[in-house]
Ligand binder design. Structure first.
Ligand SMILES: [Fe+2]
Ligand SMILES: [Fe+2]
Length: 120
């Protein structure tokens, strides 16, 4: 069963991974996607979201690598696959693009990020 998409689209306690910076960054990603969903033709907001995603993934990967987390490289590949898809999205964003991004983040945090809880 996929995890429910919060409405309005914002972070809540059910997404907590218990690493403060990662939780703060995840909140920022929810806000960034929310912002882009409300301003679908705004390339600047979209570019900021992309930078935020890339920065978060880099930091999260750094923590995994430092902890010698066993699923590091598979997790990094998932990040890179998503970044490539986001990069290919067209402005203005469509309903399908917005739903894709909203859904990806929710499922990724709860199904993939959650696996590193307590291990970093
Ligand atoms: Fe991740
Ligand atoms: Fe993450």
């Amino acid at each position: 069963m996929p995890h429910a998409i919060p409405e309005p689209y914002c972070w809540d306690e059910s997404f907590r991974v218990f690493y403060d910076q990662l939780d703060e960054e995840h909140k920022g990603l929810f806000n960034g996607i929310f912002d882009c969903a409300k301003n679908r033709g705004d390339k600047g907001k979209f570019d900021s979201l992309y930078a935020l995603l890339a920065g978060h993934f880099k930091f999260e990967e750094g923590m995994m690598e430092k902890a010698k987390y066993s699923e590091f490289s598979a997790h990094r590949d998932i990040h890179n696959g998503f970044l490539a898809k986001v990069k290919a999205l067209e402005i203005p964003l469509t309903d399908a693009s917005v739903d894709f991004a909203k859904n990806w983040l929710v499922q990724h945090i709860k199904d993939v990020d959650f696996k590193y809880k307590g291990k970093l």
